[in-house]
Ligand binder design. Structure first.
Ligand code: AMP
Length: 434
């Protein structure tokens, strides 16, 4: 986390109460997104931050917001926050609010987090008690607004966090409705790991000459992450998972499953093998998700099985290994997934299982990250991928299951079809042909 000329938190213009909190947190140097964004934001200018989770982007917007709100220009009003942060998921909302609490511990600012799936009364009480910052998911926020528990009229600062995921999850109409309520003038920020055209168009509708801060080229994979792919037959994946978990017995592991049912099935099957794990996905109650996440954070659970949406924004220090039990059909999700490890400078490992039906996904991922992922061929279930890769290009959205694409089971084996088994000790780089 260093840059050529030494940039420090004090040199960014942060005040003493924030510097104290940063010191307590043990952060010595600003991350690149923090160094790039904080001075602009302290000036009150609009900003687009192209940065994925794991780069320190939350502090990049939370610190200047806390500082600017600290210069109290108006009294705190019930139900009328001065800063509004929108996030796509509840987990991310909770994490962002935790960041505000931590960095703001030496200020008198109040924050409330708002998300669905739980009773609204505590949230309403928080708003009524007077609030400076609201961190919210769009649906519940609009509910509370429509019921008259919340007003947008005092909003001076607005943040749209993880804008790409927000649109992917279908929140564009809600976001637009909220934007239509926000007063002007105000400061606006947008953060997104990727910057496709719909995001740029959206930004144009509500931002005023935003400064662009891009810490890594869109969709580039964190350099510190050690990545590998393990080719395997689909029916051997579970045994490969058990083997891989055993190989990395001292790591906290986040395993990605493409579907909710798949995640639950993995927890059950691992349980039968005597391996404890927990699942986190959108089909679980908010309480169950929080418990699973807490158990993982506190290291009571070593293995967390997650779907893409539930895992979005999970900020758990010390995830040593991310396993893609299935490759994602959206290549961008690969970048988000592996970004869960190697957080803020730590080293991490990402292992992807790839069966014969997923090779086209691998090709798309390698194309997106502009590198080939080294193949680890010395595991007991290794196969050599061979034969043509299905030419139908995986779509970048939708929820198709690649195992069903050809309309027949994918348990093919042998040269020219699924692949042949590979002996231990062989390591090579995967081919990336289309
Ligand atoms: P974020 O991208 O905001 O989710 O942050 C990713 C992780 O980096 C979180 O665990 C932060 O607490 C941590 N972090 C943020 N800023 C710094 C920093 N300047 N130095 C070290 N760690 C940081």
């Amino acid at each position: 986390m260093n840059t050529d000329t030494k940039i420090t938190f004090p040199s960014l213009g942060l005040n003493r109460s924030l510097l104290r909190a940063l010191d307590q947190r043990g952060y010595t140097d600003p991350s690149p997104i923090q160094a790039g964004a904080i001075p602009t934001l302290l000036e009150g200018r609009d900003l687009i931050g192209c940065a994925q989770t794991g780069t320190g982007k939350t502090a990049a917007f939370a610190l200047p917001i806390l500082q600017r709100l600290g210069k109290r220009t108006r009294q705190r009003t019930r139900g009328a926050p001065r800063a509004l942060v929108l996030t796509p998921t509840r987990e991310l909302a909770l994490q962002v609010e935790e960041n505000f609490s931590y960095y703001g511990q030496h200020t008198d600012l109040r924050h409330v987090v708002i998300y669905g799936g739980v009773g609204q009364q505590p949230q309403v009480r928080g708003l009524r008690a007077g609030v400076d910052v609201v961190v919210a998911t769009p649906g519940r926020l609009l509910d509370l607004f429509e019921q008259g528990h919340l007003s947008f009229e005092a909003v001076e600062i607005f943040v749209l966090d993880e804008a790409d995921r927000m649109l992917d999850m279908g929140f564009a109409p809600d976001v637009k409705r909220i934007l239509a309520q926000l007063p002007a003038p105000r400061q606006s920020m947008l953060f997104s790991a990727t910057m496709p055209a719909p995001i740029r168009r959206l930004a144009e509708t509500f931002m005023d000459s935003p400064e662009l801060v891009e810490v890594t080229p869109a969709a580039s994979t964190a350099e510190k992450i050690n990545q590998q792919v393990r080719h395997v037959e689909r029916e051997d994946k579970h045994r490969l998972l058990v083997h891989t978990l055993d190989e990395h017995a001292d790591h906290q592991v986040l395993v990605f499953s493409r579907t909710k049912h798949g995640a639950d099935r993995l927890v059950k099957k691992l349980g039968r093998d005597g391996i404890d794990s927990a699942a986190i996905h959108g089909g679980k109650s908010q309480g169950a998700r929080q418990r699973a996440l807490e158990g993982f954070k506190q290291k009571q659970t070593r293995i967390l099985i997650a779907t893409d949406i539930a895992a979005r924004g999970i900020d758990v220090r010390g995830i040593g290994l991310v396993i893609n039990f299935e490759l994602p059909n959206e290549p961008e999700s690969y970048v988000h997934r592996i970004g869960r490890t190697a957080r803020a400078g730590a080293e991490g490992l990402a292992i992807s299982f790839c069966d014969s039906s997923e090779r086209a996904y691998l090709v798309s991922i390698e194309r997106l990250i502009r590198r080939t992922i080294p193949v680890h061929g010395s595991h007991p279930f290794a196969v050599v991928p061979s034969g043509p890769i299905e030419t139908r290009k995986p779509r970048s959205n939708g929820n198709r299951n690649p195992h069903h694409r050809s309309g027949r089971p994918q348990s093919r084996r042998g040269p020219g079809r699924g692949g042949r088994r590979r002996g231990p000790g062989s390591e090579r780089t995967s081919r990336s042909r289309a």
